[in-house]
Write a protein that binds this ligand. Structure first.
Ligand SMILES: *Cc1c(COP(=O)(O)O)cnc(C)c1O
Length: 240
């Protein structure tokens, strides 16, 4: 027999309460890591990575007051965020997964930030769609360049040796404002050297925002200067 509606709603409520409890623990850990590094906790933004979780699983975290979220896919975001945004108009959604150039228009319309800018063809496509959005008076996303610090072939991001030239091309050829950098270190490496490398590339390019650190390593990232950490499973639970 299928679970009845009351039991289902109760299980939902319990899952939501657990996510909110974990959110508060992550917030406390972020504040602790910032203070340990002599930094102001308010200088670190928590991006709650809600990929694979549906709208009813995300809603309790919004209701608890959290406003910045990360998603990996255009299609998934299109399905679940319009309703959540209607209820929470000040929610902000960042794209943290790879973006195909032919989805640039949809991405510009959907996201408040795009953290996966990593190649000239995408810079060109985003520049065109951002110009179009501006003409229409629409808000446009903040852009982050993704750097593949571990030079992993399966991962997105510009390789470190090409980062300076790519950032310059984004600015000069495509007229794009770049807010900062993002990286995803190789799972098998100690993350801190990758965070240090990202911070150095940002410094020499005059960029102040560093999106680095996930559930397993956000404290190390904060120590190395992260201004944004992207935390999924430590808030929403393990993805199925
Ligand atoms: C999934 C994902 C995260 C969150 O990962 P967790 O280990 O669940 O915290 C962060 N950043 C990116 C780019 C991701 O794809």
């Amino acid at each position: 027999m299928a679970m009845d509606a009351d039991a289902f709603a109760k299980a939902r409520d319990e899952m939501g309460a657990e996510s909110v409890a974990r959110l508060h623990r992550v917030e406390a850990a972020i504040a602790r890591a910032a203070r340990d590094a002599g930094r102001d906790p308010d200088d670190v933004t928590l991006v709650a990575v809600s990929k694979t979780y549906d709208a009813p699983a995300i809603e309790p975290v919004l209701a608890a007051g959290h406003r910045v979220f990360g998603e990996n896919y255009v299609q998934e975001t299109k399905g679940k965020w319009p309703g959540l945004r209607a209820a929470y108009p000040d929610a902000r959604v960042h794209l943290i997964g790879p973006l195909q150039s032919n989805k640039a228009r949809e991405a510009v319309a959907l996201f408040d930030a795009i953290q996966s800018l990593d190649r000239p063809s995408l810079a060109k496509a985003l520049a065109k769609e951002i110009a179009r959005a501006r003409e229409e008076g629409a808000r446009v996303p903040t852009l982050y360049v993704q750097v593949n610090t571990g030079e992993e072939p399966q991962k997105g991001g510009v390789v470190p040796g090409e980062a300076d030239a790519f950032i310059a091309a984004c600015r000069e050829e495509h007229g794009l404002a770049i807010a900062g950098l993002m990286c995803i270190p190789p799972a098998e490496d100690p993350p801190s050297p990758h965070f240090a490398l990202l911070a150095e590339i940002a410094r020499r390019n005059g960029l102040s925002e560093l999106s680095m650190g996930m559930s397993a390593d956000f404290a190390a990232a904060i120590q190395m200067g992260a201004t944004m950490v992207r935390v999924g499973s430590a808030i929403f639970g393990m993805r199925g």
